[in-house]
Design a protein around this ligand. Structure first.
Ligand code: GLN
Ligand code: ZN
Length: 755
C-alpha cells in the first residue's frame, strides 16, 4: 500500500528557518542568503520523506511565514497599503505578516487567528473592493520543479478556494459573494497552468469542510469544484480535509470527480461510518489519515491495520496518510538527550511518523503481519504497561462528588460579603499578573537554570524583584496588586514542573506563528501536585503590603490545551486530574492568607470543537466544571478571578458565566467592544475587567483614551461591576511604557470615580 504526507514542518529540525528569517529581519543577511537556506531546508525535508519511502510527498507546504498568506499572495490578495510601500515581493509579503515601519511607510500587520482547533496561527487575508483576484506568480510550479530537479516527484499543495474564501475578511463595501466568481477564475487559472507546467497532482487543502455547513455553503463548494475539476486537463486534483469529519458534505463530495480525497480518521469520529454508509468511488484514491498529525504518541498498528483491512475489503484504493499536516508536531525524537529510551520509544514526532507510514504501508500489503518484527515491537508498546496508574489519583478522583463542582454560597451572596470585606473603591484597578520580564530577569534565570547560580541567590533576586514591583504598585495607587510573576518563564511549563505526570522535551518545538515556536510539555501519566508551587512567593508578596495581592495560577483547561495530551485516558479525565492538583494550590494559597486568587484560563476557547453541535457534550460540559472544581472549596470571602485571552467568546458567554468566578478580566480592547453588548444582553453576572488598553503594542494610552474606553464600557456594564486593567499580562512589554501606561490607567480610574 502506498503512503502519503499531507504537509511537512518547515521551520527546521533545530529551528534553522526561524533563525535565518530573524537574521533577515535584522538585515544581517541578504534575500539570496535567505532563499539559499530555505532551499537547503526544503531539500532536506523532501529527501527525508523520500528516504523514508513516502510515495506522495508534498511541495508548496513550505512557507516563510504562513500558508494562508502564501495563497492570498499568490492570488494578489494584497491590500493597497502594503502595495504602496513599493517593496520587493518578499518584503511586501513580510510586511503583511509582520507590519512595516521604515522609510517606505508605517503599516500594521494583518490580523492573525488560530488555525481551526490548533495552536498554529494564520494570517487573515483582507480583500478590498479594488482587489483584483488573479494568479500572480509561479511559486507552486517553481517549488515542484525544484523538487523534481532533485529527483523527487511531489504533489503540489495549496490552501483550497473554499477555505481561503471562508477565511478572508472583506473590508470594503462589496459583499463576499460578489467575489466568488473571481476566486473561481483565479484558481481555475492555477489548475490550467498546472496542466501546462507539468504539474501532475494538485492537492487542495479544505479544512473548512469539517465544520457545520449550511446548504448555501455546500452549494458554493459544488460550484467551485465543478468549475475547477472541469478545467483540469493533465493534472490530478486531490481534495484534502482534516481536523474532523466531513459529515455535512460527504455524500456530495463523492459525486465530484476528484482523483483522490483525503479524510481524517483521527479527529473525524464519523469518517469510517460515512464511508460505510455512502461508499467510496472505486475510481478514486482514498488518502486515509490514520497517523495522527497533531499528537506525539506512537501509532497503534494493530488498530490502524484493522481500519485499513476494512477499507480494503470494500475494494477501496487506499493510501495510508497522516491525519493532517505534520506541522503540528515536532521534528524528531533524535535530539532528545534527557528522556530515557523507556519514554522515547513511545513518542513519534514527524520523522518517526514517516517510519510509521512506511511500516503501515508495508504491513497492510502482507497477508499475515503478526510475526513481522516491526508489528511485534509496536504491539508490545500497547500491551505492556506504559506507565502505572497512580492509585492515589484514582481514589481521589473517585471521591469527587457533585457538590465539589459547586461553590457556595451563590455569587450574589459572595459579592455582598466580598464588597464589605475588601472595601475596594469603585472601578478597582489591577493588572493581569506579569510585569515586564527584563533582560536582567531572563539572564538571571538562564544562569540559575544552567546551574551557575545557587537557589538561594536566585530566590533572593526574585524576592527583590517582587518587592520592587509591590512597592511600585503601591506608590502608584493600584488597588489590587500582583507579585509580577518573575519566577516563571512560561505559564504552563512552570506549573508542570511541580506536577507529577508531566515530562519535558528539549528540542521538540512546534511552530505557533511566523518564527515563533512553542515547546509543549507531554502529559505522560496521572497528574497530581508534588509540592506547593506559588504559595511561598505569594505569601512573601502579601507580607509586604496591606493591600491585597492576587495569587496567580494557571487553570486546568489551559494547562491541558497547551500540552500534548494522553490518548489512553480521555481529555475529560486528564483535565479533572489537573483541576484537582490546582485545587490543592488554591486551598493552600487561601490557607496562607491570600484572599484574591486568579486562575488564568488563557486558552479556554482553543479546543472548543469545530462543530457547534459538539461544543457542550465534547468540551464545555467538562471543561467548565473542571474550572469550578479548582475553586469550589474556598470560603465566601475569598475572591476568585480568572483571565482569558482573546475576547472571541460572544457565543459562549453563558459557559463563561458558569465558571462561577467572581471577576473575569479579558481582552476586549482591540475588538469593537461588541462583546460588551452581549454581556449585557445575557445578564452576565461575573464582575468584568474588559481590558482598557492593548498590551500587544508598545503605545502608551492617554488618560483621556482610557476614560473614553471606560465610559463606553459603563454604558453596558453596571458601574459596581467594572474593573480597570490592561487586557493581558505585561511580561512582553518594556518597563518605561508599562509604567507610563499604568500611571495613566490609575489616573483614568480616579477621573471616573470623580464622575
Ligand atoms: N497571568 C498571566 C500574565 O499576566 C496571563 C498570561 C496570559 O493571559 N497569556 O502573564
Ligand atoms: Zn491574556
Amino acid at each position: 500500500m502506498q503512503t502519503a504526507v499531507v504537509g511537512f514542518p518547515r521551520i527546521g529540525t533545530l529551528r534553522e528557518l526561524k533563525f535565518t528569517l530573524e537574521k533577515y529581519f535584522r538585515n544581517e543577511i541578504s534575500q539570496e542568503e535567505l532563499e539559499q537556506k530555505a532551499a537547503e531546508l526544503r531539500r532536506i525535508h523532501w529527501q527525508t520523506q523520500q528516504q523514508a519511502g513516502i510515495d506522495y510527498i508534498p511541495s508548496g507546504d513550505f512557507s516563510y511565514y504562513d500558508n494562508v498568506l502564501d495563497a492570498a499572495f499568490l492570488f494578489n490578495i494584497v491590500p493597497e497599503r502594503y502595495k504602496k510601500l513599493n517593496r520587493s515581493p518578499l518584503d511586501t509579503y513580510l510586511a503583511m505578516a509582520r507590519g512595516y515601519q521604515g522609510e517606505s511607510g508605517d503599516v500594521r500587520a494583518l490580523a492573525m487567528k488560530k488555525w481551526f482547533n490548533t495552536n498554529y496561527h494564520y494570517i487573515v487575508p483582507e480583500v478590498e473592493d479594488q482587489t483584483e483576484i488573479k494568479l500572480t506568480g509561479d511559486r507552486l510550479f517553481k517549488l515542484a520543479a525544484e523538487a523534481s530537479a532533485l529527483g523527487i516527484k511531489t504533489k503540489s499543495v495549496i490552501v483550497g478556494p473554499f477555505t481561503l474564501f471562508s477565511l478572508c475578511r472583506f473590508t470594503g463595501s462589496r459583499t463576499a459573494e460578489s467575489f466568488v466568481d473571481e476566486f473561481i477564475a483565479a484558481y481555475r487559472e492555477l489548475v490550467e497552468k498546472a496542466g501546462t507546467c507539468g504539474i501532475e497532482t494538485l492537492q487542495f487543502d479544505e479544512p473548512s469542510l469539517v465544520q457545520d455547513l449550511s446548504a448555501d455553503q455546500i452549494a458554493l463548494f459544488r460550484k467551485i469544484y465543478t468549475a475547477l475539476l472541469g478545467a483540469a486537463k493533465n493534472t490530478k486534483i486531490f481534495l484534502q480535509t482534516y481536523f474532523g469529519d466531513v459529515r455535512d458534505i460527504y455524500p456530495e463530495l463523492i459525486k465530484l470527480p476528484f482523483a483522490g480525497i483525503g479524510l481524517d480518521f483521527i479527529e473525524g469520529r464519523q469518517t469510517l461510518s460515512l464511508i460505510e454508509k455512502y461508499g467510496f468511488p472505486q475510481d478514486q484514491i482514498l488518502f486515509a489519515g490514520l497517523v495522527n498529525g497533531k499528537n506525539i504518541w506512537r501509532n497503534n498498528y494493530s488498530r490502524t491495520l484493522e481500519v485499513l483491512k476494512k477499507l480494503a475489503a470494500k475494494g477501496i484504493n487506499t493510501v495510508v496518510s497522516t491525519s493532517c499536516s505534520l506541522l503540528h508536531v515536532p521534528y524528531t525524537v533524535k535530539h532528545e538527550t534527557r528522556l530515557g529510551a523507556e519514554y522515547l520509544k513511545h513518542l513519534a514526532f514527524a520523522e518517526e511518523k514517516l517510519v510509521e507510514l512506511a511500516d503501515l504501508g508495508r504491513l497492510a500489503s502482507l497477508d499475515a503481519f503478526e510475526n513481522d518484527p516491526a508489528f511485534a515491537a509496536n504491539s508490545r508498546l500497547f500491551t505492556e504497561e506504559r506507565c502505572a496508574a497512580n492509585p492515589a489519583v484514582a481514589s481521589r478522583m473517585a471521591s469527587v462528588t457533585a457538590d465539589d463542582y459547586v461553590r457556595k454560597p451563590s455569587r450574589e451572596e459572595r459579592r455582598k460579603i466580598q464588597k464589605e470585606k475588601f472595601g475596594l473603591p469603585l472601578f478597582p484597578t489591577t493588572t493581569i499578573g506579569s510585569f515586564p520580564q527584563t533582560k536582567e530577569i531572563k539572564s538571571v534565570r538562564a544562569e540559575y537554570r544552567a546551574g551557575r547560580m545557587t537557589t538561594e541567590d536566585y530566590e533572593t533576586f526574585i524576592r527583590e524583584k517582587i518587592a520592587e514591583c509591590i512597592k511600585w504598585q503601591e506608590e502608584h495607587g493600584l488597588d489590587v496588586l500582583v507579585h509580577g510573576e518573575y519566577e516563571r518563564n512560561d505559564m504552563v511549563e512552570y506549573f508542570g514542573e511541580s506536577l507529577g505526570g508531566f515530562i519535558f522535551t528539549e528540542k521538540a518545538w512546534v511552530q505557533s506563528y511566523g518564527t515563533r515556536c512553542v515547546k509543549p510539555p507531554v502529559i505522560w501519566g496521572d497528574v497530581y501536585r508534588i509540592r506547593p508551587i506559588t504559595v511561598e512567593w505569594s505569601k512573601f508578596a502579601q507580607s509586604l503590603t496591606s493591600k491585597y495581592v492576587k495569587g496567580m495560577l494557571t487553570g486546568p483547561v489551559t494547562i491541558l490545551n497547551w500540552s500534548f495530551p494522553r490518548e489512553d485516558i480521555s481529555i475529560r479525565e486528564s483535565i479533572s486530574q489537573i483541576a484537582l492538583a490546582i485545587r490543592d494550590e488554591v486551598l493552600d494559597l487561601e490557607a496562607a492568607g491570600i484572599k484574591i486568587i486568579q486562575i488564568d484560563e488563557a486558552a479556554l476557547r482553543e479546543k472548543l470543537p469545530l462543530r457547534k453541535s459538539d461544543w457542550n457534550s465534547e468540551y464545555l460540559d467538562f471543561a467548565i466544571p473542571a474550572f469550578r472544581l479548582t475553586h469550589s472549596g474556598v470560603k465566601a470571602d475569598t475572591q476568585i478571578h480568572t483571565h482569558m485571552c482573546y475576547s472571541e467568546f460572544t457565543d459562549i458567554i453563558p459557559a463563561i458565566d458558569n465558571m462561577d468566578a467572581d471577576v473575569i478580566t479579558f481582552e476586549a480592547s482591540r475588538s469593537d467592544l461588541q462583546i460588551l453588548d452581549s454581556l449585557r444582553d445575557s445578564n452576565f453576572e461575573t464582575e468584568v475587567g474588559p481590558g482598557v488598553y492593548d498590551i500587544h503594542s508598545p503605545r502608551i494610552p492617554s488618560v483621556e483614551e482610557i476614560v473614553t474606553a471606560c465610559r463606553k464600557m459603563l454604558s453596558r456594564i453596571p458601574a459596581d461591576r467594572l474593573w480597570i486593567n490592561p487586557d493581558c499580562g505585561l511580561k512582553t512589554r518594556g518597563t518605561p511604557e508599562t509604567e507610563a501606561s499604568l500611571i495613566n490607567l490609575v489616573a483614568a480610574a480616579k477621573e471616573l470615580r470623580a464622575g
